[in-house]
Structures are given as C-alpha cells and as structure tokens.
Design a binder for this molecule. Structure first.
Ligand code: PEP
Ligand code: MG
Length: 565
C-alpha cells in the first residue's frame, strides 16, 4: 500500500484499527429551551475540561505547540459568535445535537471552501470539536488509544489532536491514516512525537485488520503488508541505521555551520508564527531567514492591527535574542487566500494582483505592517523583506514607504532601528534576470526557490501533468540561482536561500560554490543541513558545480548529484 510519507522513520509492528463511533441521533424539537441550553452548556464545560486534560497529556508526549492546537479548540468553541449561533438555534427550539451540528457544519464548509491549506485545517479542528461535543451530548465513549500495547501501528481515518492525547510514545511505533497532507495536523503531530507516519492511504481501515503485522516507511510512504522474514530483517536494519544517524546528528548541535575548508555560513529557519521562533532556537537555528507573516492575517475575520502585529514581531525578536529576524511583508494571493480581504477571483492568480503588488495598492494596510516591523526592530536584529519583486520600481516604492513609516514613528517619538536592512526575496524569473540592478538598491537577497522554480518553468507544481518540470535542478533555474548569488556577491550584499531547495543535500555543494552566505530551512532540518555543509570543501563543491553547469538536462544534473552526495 502507498501513501504519503509524512513523519520520518520505520515502524514495524501490529495493526490496531481505530474506527470512529457513529454519532447518530434523531433531530427533534425541544419544548424546554432553558433545559436544552443547560444541556448544551454543560456539554461545552465538559468538553473544555476534557480538552485541557488532553492538552496536558499532549504537552508531555508531543510538546507545547501541539498542546496549543488542542487549547485552540477551547478558543474556537468559546467564540461568542459560534456559541451564540448555536444557542440561537436552541432558543428556536432545535435540539442541542442538531444545533451544534448545523453551526459547526457551516464553519466547516466555510473554511473548507477557501482552498487554502491552513484555513482548511481549521475545518478539521471544527470537525474534531463537533464530534467531541456530540459524543458528550449522546453519551458515546470516545475512542481510547491509551490501552494500545507496545509495538502498535495505529490505523485511523484521520489523526485528530484529541486522539493524540491517548498516544503513548513508547507503545505506538507507526501511524497510518486515510487522509491528511504534509501540513495537516496529523503530520505535524506525528512529527512532533517522532512517530513514523504514512498518511492518505486509500481505504486503509477496510484493507487492514487489527493484529496483522505491517511495516510503515515514513520516508517513502510505503506500507508493507504481510512482510516475510527477509523484508522484516531489511527494514529492521534500515530502522537501526536511521536511529543511529539521528543520534549522530546531535553531534552538530551547538556547533557553528562551517564547510570542510572552513568557510562559515549562517543557518537560519523559516517560521510562520512567533511561537515557531522558539522552535527554531530549540532546533539550534542561528536566526530566522524567513518569517511568513501571512499566518498572522489568516484564521481571523479582519486585519490584524499595527499593535497586534508589533506584539507578534517583537515576541519573535525577543526570543531570538539579537539573532537575525527577516520579516517578509504580506505575501497574499496566488495560493494564499485571506477571505476577509475580498480579493476578486482572478483568471490567473499566480500572475495576478498579489504580494507586493497588492500591498503597494493598499498603502494604509502596508504601512501599518511596516511600522509594526520597524517598532519591533528596537528589540532585535530585525530586517524587512519584500516578496515577489519583479521590477526595480516596486523595490523603490516599498523602500519609500519604509521611509514614510520611519518619519511617522520619529514624529511620535517611537524607537526603531534607523538602519534597518531592506531586502528582496528573489523568487520571480524577472528578479533573477535583473538581479544586478536590484542588488544596487537592496541590502540583501533571499532566493525563494519554491516560486522561482514555478515561475521560471512556467509550471504549477500542484498540476500532475506538468509537475515533472518542477525542479530546482532544471538548468534554467540553476542559472538564475547562480546569477542571483553572483550579482549579490558583486554588489557586496549577503545572499540567502529560503526556498525548500536550501535543505536539499544535492543543492548544497552548488550553493557553496556559487557563494551563498545564508541557508534558511525548516527547524527540523537545521542539524541535517549543518552536517551536509560540513562534508564539502569549497574546492570540491566548485568541481561539482562546474560539472553541473555544463549539463543540459535536469536528469543529467540529478543523476550526477545523486552519485556524489
Ligand atoms: C519561496 O517562494 O521559495 C518561499 C520560500 O516562499 P513561499 O513558499 O512562502 O512562497
Ligand atoms: Mg514565495
């Protein structure tokens, strides 16, 4: 069976199917509204108490961030609008079960319709809440997985945060789900607990049975059923090697990031929330190379105020204790939607009114974000980065607004760093082609290979018919990466990379050779990347890069790089 490898490692064990209970009831009219309101409110109280208890358990097994997902459920159900709407239906004599279901469904549909992965995740949260409250109202026992014996592979439709509370790390050796993506709660929770997981295995519940032996390969997404002794031996060896290498990575903790020939690099993290800044520090990141601020604008119904943003940026700056914090200004549009901004549907959203283009036309909103960033710059090494730059005018207009925001703050006597660096996220082919011009007016570059690859290859990675073109190892993309770095070096500005490619072991020798100075990767990849960088001398990397730049096809490049890393 095949799914999506979403949490690394190998699990060899026996299946425990977790089939969700049916939450069935007959909707009815209630005469005694007060009594029904009382039933609903005490179910919510019970839910809140259970959730806090579960959050404590998750805090121990997975961590703070994961516990906060559950605590977020309390915030969602305590939202006066949601609660009020449910109570209004009860006041109109609808039973509590049907009222909870109807309003939750409304939120689920609303979140699910956005098409945005993070907002859609909220739909999963509301489903989890709905099922828990219905279970309480109906007196149905929720699934208990805390009794699973050692060596269990959990098989569930979807791993919900509330389920995670029952997981004992020492007993659960693997997880298989029928739904979920790399960024779903299921994936985040599995990774936080360091349990190998394969998600989105179609019909896993009906194809597997409790007690049967399976192997979960969280790296490739394979699920091996009825493994024979040879296969078990093979995977046992893989698992042992994996665990040994994981221990070895720890040797790189607390060490500087240096190549084998002694060049030093900065190894930062990509974050989405101020809390991730703490995670970045915990995973030994040397700063933040990309703070994606869109997350502050999502999951809400109106724009965050300047003060709210300031608090968020300041929190991250304080956590980083003087280490660099590159804050990218709002990058909405394309695949990142914010429903309350009421952006018009576009024929071609990736080519449309998004990111810096939208911000420059919505100056008040943009200026309040810039002011919030400037104010945070009094608390650390904060830098501003503009996304999706395609022309020098956009950089100039953004910088002019920074100057305007500075003079507003000066007039109000508010502290900020007068010399705050302002840089460009080079993620469009245009920015690569004019990197020489941009470098003259920019304090730094950070290469966003996720978009750079898509725009250069004119291909949407989500479209399976053209996905084969989407590779940062395409000669065209490599030429642009090399050019951007060289233009930065020529102008004497630092050049980083914050796209996924920065953590790819095959890309690392090329970046060393081209002269990249900063790598920004997900927190979990920090030690791996530090180890990869330590493997190469500059001379060896130059030799590899020289060969690669002579090659004509992506396949030649990747075949060759696979043979040398
Ligand atoms: C990129 O485009 O490479 C990038 C890092 O930004 P995002 O993934 O947020 O578009
Ligand atoms: Mg991008």
């Amino acid at each position: 069976m095949k799914g999506l490898g979403a949490s690394e490692g190998y699990g060899i064990g026996r299946v425990m199917l977790v089939v969700e209970q049916k939450l069935e009831y007959t909707p009815k009219e209630v005469a005694d509204v007060e009594a029904e309101l009382g039933r609903f409110r005490s179910a919510v109280d019970q839910f809140v108490a259970n959730t806090f208890e579960q959050a404590d358990a998750v805090r121990k097994s997975a961590g703070d961030k994961e516990a906060e997902i559950l605590e977020g459920h309390v915030a969602i159900i305590s939202d006066p609008f949601m609660k009020g709407e449910i109570e209004n239906l009860i006041k109109a004599h609808q039973c509590a079960e049907a009222s909870v279901e109807q309003i939750c469904q409304m939120f689920i549909d609303m979140f699910a319709a956005t098409g945005d992965e993070l907002t859609m995740q909220r739909a999963a949260d509301v489903k989890d809440i709905r099922d828990s409250i219905l279970s309480i109202l109906l007196g149905v026992q929720e699934i208990k997985i805390s009794d699973a014996p050692a060596g269990t592979i959990l098989v569930v439709h979807e791993l919900t945060p509330s389920m995670t509370a029952g997981i004992k790390k020492e007993n659960i050796v693997g997880i298989i789900t029928e739904t979920g993506s790399q960024t779903s709660h299921s994936a985040i929770l599995a990774r936080a607990m360091e349990i190998p997981a394969v998600l989105s295995v179609p019909n896993a519940l009906s194809q597997l049975s409790t007690g049967e032996q399976v192997i979960v390969d969280g790296n490739t997404g394979d699920v091996v059923t009825a493994p024979d002794p040879d296969v078990i031996a093979e995977y046992t060896a893989k698992r042992d090697t994996y665990l040994r290498e994981k221990r070895e990575l720890e040797l790189y903790r607390g060490k500087p990031t240096v190549s084998a020939s002694g060049e030093e690099y900065e190894l930062c993290c990509n974050i989405g929330t101020p809390k991730d800044a703490a995670k970045a520090m915990e995973k030994d990141g040397e700063g933040v190379g990309l703070f994606r601020t869109e997350f502050l604008f999502m999951d809400r119904t109106s724009l965050p105020t300047e003060d709210e943003q300031f608090e968020a940026y300041k929190t991250a700056a304080v956590v980083l204790k003087g280490k660099p914090l590159i804050i990218r200004t709002l990058d909405i549009g394309g695949d990142k939607e914010i429903p309350y901004l009421g952006l018009e549907k576009e024929e071609n959203p990736f080519m449309g009114f998004r990111a810096i283009r939208y911000c420059l036309k919505n100056r008040d909103m943009f200026k309040s974000q810039i002011k919030a960033i400037l104010r945070a710059s009094a608390f650390g090494d904060v830098r501003i980065m503009f996304p999706l730059i395609t022309a020098v005018e956009e950089l100039r207009a953004g910088k002019a607004l920074v100057e305007e925001a500075k003079s507003d703050l000066r007039l109000s006597g508010i502290a900020f760093n007068e010399n705050i660096p302002v840089g460009v996220m080079t993620e469009t082919s245009a920015s690569g082609v004019i990197a020489d011009l941009l470098a003259k007016e920019s304090d730094f570059f950070s290469i966003g290979t996720n978009d750079l690859t898509g725009y250069t290859m004119a291909c949407d990675r989500g479209n399976s018919d053209v996905g084969y073109l989407y590779s940062p190892f395409q000669p065209s993309v490599l030429r642009l990466i090399k050019r951007i770095i060289e233009c930065g070096v020529e102008a004497g500005i630092p050049v980083g990379m914050c796209g996924e490619a920065a953590a790819n072991p095959m890309m690392i020798p090329l970046l060393i050779s081209f002269g990249l100075t900063e790598f920004s990767v997900s927190a979990v990849s920090v030690l791996k990347v530090r180890k990869c960088i330590a493997k190469w001398t500059k001379a060896e990397a130059d030799e590899v890069a020289a060969k690669v730049m002579e090659m004509s096809t992506e396949k030649e490049v990747t075949d060759y790089l696979k043979s040398v890393v």
